[in-house]
Design a protein around this ligand. Structure first.
Ligand SMILES: [Mg+2]
Ligand SMILES: [Zn+2]
Length: 196
């Protein structure tokens, strides 16, 4: 089995040559499962850290792209369908609090994947493949984009893709959501604060 990148692009949201807000999934949008994977909708617990920043982006009509490593698929600890269902659950919950995610890019590969051909790829962060695929599909200007992540690999992937280091916002569980929104607004140069 050779797994391709999972892509979901909301119809009618293709924007050309404009910046986007990239956002990691686990540890940013929803709580991580320590040492494991979120593989069922019941495990989806939305985190507050990035909500005001994403709400501001949604209000401004910014393209928002979720980029996520889901090596559980390659390791056969979850099916692609289960991951899609978790993502759909998350997107629905975010939508109910005023946040729109326009596209989702998933790396299903893993160094310990069951199939040897799924062990090596160009999309598992810290590789930049998910960002590059989104930029290509949606006409995103990476140099003017901003990324939010919780791991050094998120930062490395964003920078390798061409997002300037000062536009990468690294967050932790206990960060203040209002402060994260300010960092994201400043990174975009919006010169305004999001309401928290
Ligand atoms: Mg993460
Ligand atoms: Zn991959």
């Amino acid at each position: 089995m050779t797994l391709s990148i999972g892509r979901y692009v909301s119809p009618g949201r293709v924007v050309s040559g404009r910046p986007a807000l990239f956002c990691d999934r686990d540890g940013v949008l929803n709580r991580r499962v320590p040492g494991g994977y979120v593989t069922a909708p019941v495990q989806v617990e939305v985190l507050g850290i990035a909500l005001p920043a994403l709400r501001a982006a949604t209000h401004l009509g910014m393209t928002v792209v979720m980029v996520t490593n889901q090596g559980a698929i390659g390791r056969r600890l979850a099916t692609s369908e289960e991951v899609l269902l978790v993502n759909a659950t998350l997107l629905t919950q975010l939508s109910s609090v005023g946040i729109r995610i326009d596209a989702v890019y998933v790396c299903p590969h893993h160094p310990d994947a069951a199939d040897v051909s799924d062990r090596d790829c160009r999309c598992r962060k810290p590789a930049p493949g998910l960002f590059l695929a989104a930029a290509d599909d949606l006409g995103i200007d990476l140099a003017r984009s901003v990324a939010i992540g919780d791991q050094p690999s998120d930062r490395e992937a964003a920078i390798s893709a061409g997002i300037p280091a000062e536009r990468m916002v690294l967050v932790a569980d206990d960060d203040d959501p209002g402060e994260v929104a300010t960092r994201v607004c400043n990174a975009f140069g919006w010169g305004m604060q999001a309401d928290s």
